[in-house]
Every structure is written in structure tokens, then in C-alpha cells.
Write a protein that binds this ligand. Structure first.
Ligand code: ADP
Ligand code: MG
Length: 344
């Protein structure tokens, strides 16, 4: 799809020319002493803060499919999913590095698009691009982002702090990104069978956006501060609610009980899941890639978030020996499976 109009070979710029070209529009606004251009970036630590570091590697054909994933969105998402990990520690991201491996299939124009997405994410989330690495690959595209952030020691929310009787809370709504993925995969199959058929994505903008243009919950950091809430444990939802509950459960040595009826699902997620004969609750529990935050709070904080539109209280923490449970809408109690329910 990039082979046609206005194609410039990356080899015509060389590695240094490419980096200079891609990074020239980025500005530095945080505690970055020196960004791109030397052997290492130089960062001035903020007094009283600790440094948070997180990395993700995205591989073409494994984590994304360029037949429907636009390059600009890929650049944006690659940054955002890493920022989400910093927010999930109750910290603030400040810098990112971006590393690429590119096969000769990719033109300069395609990589420019990717960096337009990286830049948009850097601007929206106010983080500095301070470095990276660039390599060729035999096949396909790989992109790795490292996010660097800061938090006060007392503010950091680990996975290990949940305690029995805490409340389990999630932000936003769940299952949308998975349904968006299912929709894009469906339309891709239709297109491959008959390229003259136009994709039918009408009415499902929300779930497509959840898949192609996820956002990290940068607002929650401020909201929790304003409400004087420090989560006892927190993580972001990248693999699906069930799997993340197990992570907190394992790190904190506790179990949980979740109420199916309390799990927030957007109407368009619900309707699409129904159309495909999928259980919307399963999409939320096992779908992943929603990049919402899952956290536990002390019961005494209940009143502070009871009616807050950004939060849903979905259950409570119980003894480890009582396990990880889902209480269904009909009132039955089921043991949650570690991989969610692999019924897909
Ligand atoms: P080295 O040989 O030390 O790895 P490079 O020539 O790869 O250095 O990189 C030169 C500078 O450009 C460094 O500051 C590096 O962090 C930065 N850089 C390299 N690749 C990228 C990239 N894809 N995105 C952003 N910065 C990059
Ligand atoms: Mg290098």
C-alpha cells in the first residue's frame, strides 16, 4: 500500500539523514537536558521523585496488521500503550525513546506517517522524544518504545498492595478494543474474498477508534489526587480485565469477586458483540487493549467515587483462598479463569 505515489527510498537518506529528518519537528518541554543527537540523552531528575521506566515491543504480523492499521495510528498507539504503563504506576510520563527495524518495503513517506503519530502522542501527552535506535529488518516492521516517567515514592501504586475488603474499580468501559479488532478482521476477510466490496464499518466508529487509536488515562492521575485517593494497587488493562485481576491477585496474595452487571460496557461494544454472537462480558474480561486502569481502594474511599462518572466499582477483594470469582447477572458464582475464558 506504500509502493505507489511519491515513494522515496529510505536508503537515499542514510541512517543519520533519516533520524535527523524524522526528529526535526519535535520539541523538548520537560526535564530533558539533552535529547536526540549524542550517545545518550541527559535527564535532570526532579528532586524527591523516583524514575519509572517501561518498554513495549510491537512486531508486524504479531501485534498489528498493516493491511488495516494506518502507520500514523501505529506510531500513536505504540507511544500511548507505554505511557499507559507509567500512569498505571500512578506516575507521570516525561520522555520516550522510539526504536525501529524496517524492511526495504517501507518508504520514507510511510515512516514519516509513523512519526507523525509519534509526534501527535508526544504533544498530547506532553512527553519528550529523547532517542531511539534505527535498524533494517529482513522482513516487516518492528517498533519498540520506552517510556520514562516520575512519581513521588509515596504515590507509586504497585500491583502488590491490594488487601481484603478493598473495592475493585475500573475506569471507562471495556471490551471495545477487542470488538474493534474483530470488526476490522471481519472486513479484511470480506475484502480479501472480494476486493470490490467496500468495508462496512458504519455505526461502529467507537470500537474502531478503541482499537486503532487508544488513549492512555492521563486524567486519572489528577482526578485521584483531587479526590485524595491513593489506590492500594493499580495496573492498566492491556490483556483483559480477568487476566489483570489475576496479576493483582497474585502480587497481593488475594482473591476478588466481580459483579458481571457492574462491568462497564459501551452500548456499541454490546451491540457489536451481540451481532457476532459473542458474550459482551467475555469481550470485557478477555479482550484486552482497552488501556483503562484497574485499581483497588480502601473501603473508606467509597463515598469519594461512588457517583463519579469516570469510575465503576465492579467488585471487592476477598481472601486468596476464596479465589477469583465472577458473580453473574443471574446471581451465580463462577470461578474466573486465568486466561479469561478462552471461549473465543
Ligand atoms: P548509536 O550509534 O550510538 O546507536 P545512533 O546513530 O543510532 O547512535 O543515534 C543517533 C541519535 O539519534 C541518538 O541520540 C539516538 O538516540 C537517536 N535515534 C536513533 N534512532 C532513532 C529513532 N528511530 N527515533 C528517535 N531517535 C533516534
Ligand atoms: Mg543506534
Amino acid at each position: 500500500m506504500f509502493e505507489n505515489a511519491g515513494r522515496t527510498e529510505i536508503s537515499s537518506l542514510g541512517e543519520f539523514g533519516l533520524i535527523e529528518h524524522l526528529s526535526k519537528n519535535f520539541t523538548i518541554q520537560n526535564n530533558t537536558q539533552l535529547g536526540i543527537g549524542d550517545d545518550a540523552a541527559v535527564i535532570t531528575p526532579t528532586e524527591g521523585y523516583q524514575t519509572l521506566v517501561s518498554t513495549d515491543l510491537l512486531v508486524e504480523g504479531v501485534h498489528f496488521d498493516l493491511s488495516y492499521f494506518p502507520m500514523k495510528h501505529l506510531g500513536y498507539k505504540a507511544v500511548v500503550v507505554n505511557l499507559s504503563d507509567i500512569y498505571a504506576m500512578n506516575g507521570k510520563p516525561k520522555q520516550v525513546t522510539v526504536s525501529l527495524a524496517l524492511s526495504s518495503r517501507f518508504s520514507l513517506e510511510a515512516v514519516e506517517e509513523l512519526y507523525a503519530g509519534v509526534q501527535l502522542a508526544c504533544e498530547r501527552y506532553r512527553v519528550d522524544l529523547v532517542g531511539g535506535d534505527t535498524s533494517t529488518s529482513k522482513q516487516g516492521l518492528m517498533i519498540s518504545v520506552t517510556a520514562i516517567g516520575e512519581a513521588k515514592s509515596a504515590d507509586i501504586a504497585y500491583r502488590s498492595g491490594a488487601k481484603v475488603h478493598d473495592l475493585v474499580v475500573v475506569t471507562g468501559d471495556l471490551g471495545g478494543a477487542y470488538c474493534g479488532y474483530q470488526l476490522l478482521e471481519r472486513e479484511k476477510r470480506v475484502y480479501l474474498d472480494n476486493p470490490s466490496v467496500q468495508p462496512d464499518l458504519g455505526g461502529f466508529d467507537y470500537i474502531i477508534e478503541r482499537q486503532l487509536k487508544p488513549e492512555a488515562r492521563k486524567d486519572i492521575y489528577e482526578i485521584l489526587k483531587t479526590l485524595h485517593i491513593k489506590p492500594t494497587a493499580m495496573m492498566d488493562i492491556s490483556d483483559g480485565l480477568a487476566s489483570e485481576c489475576f496479576h493483582i491477585g497474585k502480587a497481593s496474595q488475594v482473591g476478588m469477586s466481580l459483579y458481571e452487571e457492574k462491568i462497564p460496557i459501551d452500548p456499541s461494544t454490546y451491540n457489536f458483540a451481540r451481532e457476532l454472537d459473542l458474550d459482551p462480558t467475555l469481550c470485557a474480561l478477555s479482550g484486552g487493549e482497552d488501556y483503562e486502569l484497574l485499581f483497588t481502594i480502601d473501603q473508606s474511599d467509597f463515598k469519594k467515587i461512588e457517583h463519579h462518572p469516570d469510575f465503576s466499582i465492579i467488585g471487592y477483594v476477598n481472601e486468596k483462598s476464596d479465589g477469583m470469582n465472577l458473580i453473574t447477572k443471574s446471581g451465580n458464582k463462577h470461578a474466573l479463569k486465568a486466561q479469561g475464558w478462552t471461549a473465543f
